[in-house]
Design a protein around this ligand. Structure first.
Ligand SMILES: Nc1ncnc2c1ncn2[C@@H]1O[C@H](COP(=O)(O)OP(=O)(O)OP(=O)(O)O)[C@@H](O)[C@H]1O
Ligand SMILES: [Mg+2]
Length: 434
């Protein structure tokens, strides 16, 4: 049966019951009493309706803290339906809150900054990355105009002129940001910030590298071209002069070749695809060879000593040899005649330890952190004299990085330098030599 029909029928039944009872009373005790009973019954009915109406109005005022009564008659159904509605509402709200929390978390994990603003640029919401990029504080700045918070002329121009088709590259708080505004929903706009500081610095490093490499290659090439020009213009040059020119050209050619080889080594060491070899590196033998070569380079001008009895390592022999020989050759090249060079190789508790120590010219403190940069040389003119290109320590750094080893440099200007390398225990093979 239709609910509306049930409602009216049950209401009619209730009224009819009261009237029937009153009529029965009237029949028993007289018409007056019957009338009185009818009035009392109807008033009672109205009072019950009023009571439930009152409960309902109270509940509507504070639906969370008050409870609906079970009700009577038609109220039972009304209250049950209201209760169901409210439960549904609560469920929707909980779902919405959960969805919002998930959305916020996703926004927090985003690597880019997101700012939501209204049509006149008032801050409505932003994620923590945007706070960091733009120096905002959502709690403090909410409701403020973004152009008042990020006060950079380029940014303000971008917003005022609404040049939103292309993103803006913004230098802000020592960082490089790509900023893009995307209007949405008519009355809102999203601002996305992307940090490109690292990319920029890689790009700058690449540009510097190319500039440095070209510069280094140009010098020997200029020398070679100069001599070739002389040779072509003066074909009947004295044999002695000509042969001295050839010697100098050869020297420059060798230098260029060395430079290119070093650059290729560096690029190979830097590529992640090129895995480090895991072979046995007989360090005692390797060090003896390196010291032997250094003695040849020194030509008897220095005392070179090999001390200690360290272990063999696991790694790439070629790479470790190139790193160690650079350290030892540097010691020879930057130590005046009569100087002393000491190479120590020993086992320690936390790994194997290599130290190349000299009493040469030493290095000023301000240069030490930059020594491993490519092409970095303390004294360019002296280094050129010694044929240095400044790539040696960059190669050392990469080789050690690939072998999980650490480099420490200690030096005092005019007194000498100490290059220490720590190889971790996992790279050490025969611990019995300890
Ligand atoms: N033992 C040392 N004593 C003093 N200065 C040093 C020593 N080792 C390195 N240096 C300084 O550090 C700079 C960088 O060294 P690195 O080995 O990278 O380049 P290089 O020796 O000039 O050239 P390369 O090794 O490529 O032939 C050198 O130019 C030199 O100024
Ligand atoms: Mg060197």
């Amino acid at each position: 049966m239709h609910p509306r029909l049930i409602f009216w029928i049950s209401a009619a039944v209730r009224i009819a019951t009261i009237l029937a009872l009153a009529a029965l009373g009237g029949y028993a005790w007289g018409a007056k009493t019957g009338l009185l009973l009818a009035v009392a019954g109807l008033v009672g009915l109205i009072l019950i309706q009023l009571r439930y109406l009152f409960s309902l109005s109270q509940w509507l005022e504070e639906p969370q803290s008050t409870r609906l009564p079970d009700g009577w008659g038609a109220w039972t159904d009304v209250f049950a339906r209201l209760y169901r509605l409210r439960r549904g509402d609560e469920k929707n709200q909980a779902e919405l809150a959960e969805w919002l929390a998930r959305f916020r978390q996703a926004m927090t994990l985003l690597p880019d900054g997101v700012v939501i603003m209204d049509d006149v640029m008032f801050l409505e919401w932003c994620n923590p990355i945007a706070e960091r990029h733009l120096g905002l504080d959502l709690r403090r700045d909410k409701g403020m105009r973004v152009t008042n918070l990020v006060r950079t002329p380029e940014f303000i121009d971008y917003i005022i002129l609404q040049k939103y088709e292309t993103p803006l590259t913004l230098s802000f708080r020592e960082r490089k940001l790509i900023v893009h505004v995307i209007p949405f929903e008519n009355r809102r706009q999203i601002l996305v910030t992307h940090d490109v500081t690292e990319l920029e610095s890689i790009d700058r490093m690449r540009r510097d590298f190319i500039a440095n490499a070209s510069h280094e290659l140009r010098t020997p090439l200029t020398v070679i071209n100069g001599f070739l020009e002389i040779a072509s213009m003066q074909p009947d040059l004295e044999v002695a002069i000509r042969s001295s020119h050839v010697t100098l050209m050869l020297e420059q050619g060798v230098r260029m070749q060395g430079l290119i080889e070093d650059m290729l080594t560096l690029s190979r060491l830097e590529s992640t695809e090129f895995q480090v070899r895991k072979e046995t590196v007989d360090m005692p033998v390797l060090l003896r060879q390196v010291v032997q070569d250094a003695l040849v380079l020194s030509g008897g001008r220095h005392t070179i000593q090999l001390l200690g009895q360290g272990p063999s390592l696991i790694g790439s022999t070629d790479e470790i040899r190139s790193a160690v020989s650079n350290l030892v050759n540097n010691a020879v090249r930057y130590t005046p005649d009569g100087g002393r060079i000491e190479v120590l190789w020993e086992m320690r508790d936390d790994g194997a330890y290599l130290r190349v120590k000299d009493d040469g010219i030493g290095i000023g403190n301000e240069h030490i952190t930059r020594l491993t940069e490519r092409f970095y040389r303390v004294d360019k003119s002296r280094s050129r004299e010694t044929q240095g290109t400044g790539l040696g320590l960059a190669i050392v750094k990469h080789v050690l990085l690939r072998h999980d080893a650490q480099l420490h440099i200690q030096s005092t200007l005019g007194q000498g330098s100490e290059f220490s390398v720590y190889f971790p225990l996992v790279s050490v093979i025969n611990l019995d030599t300890k």
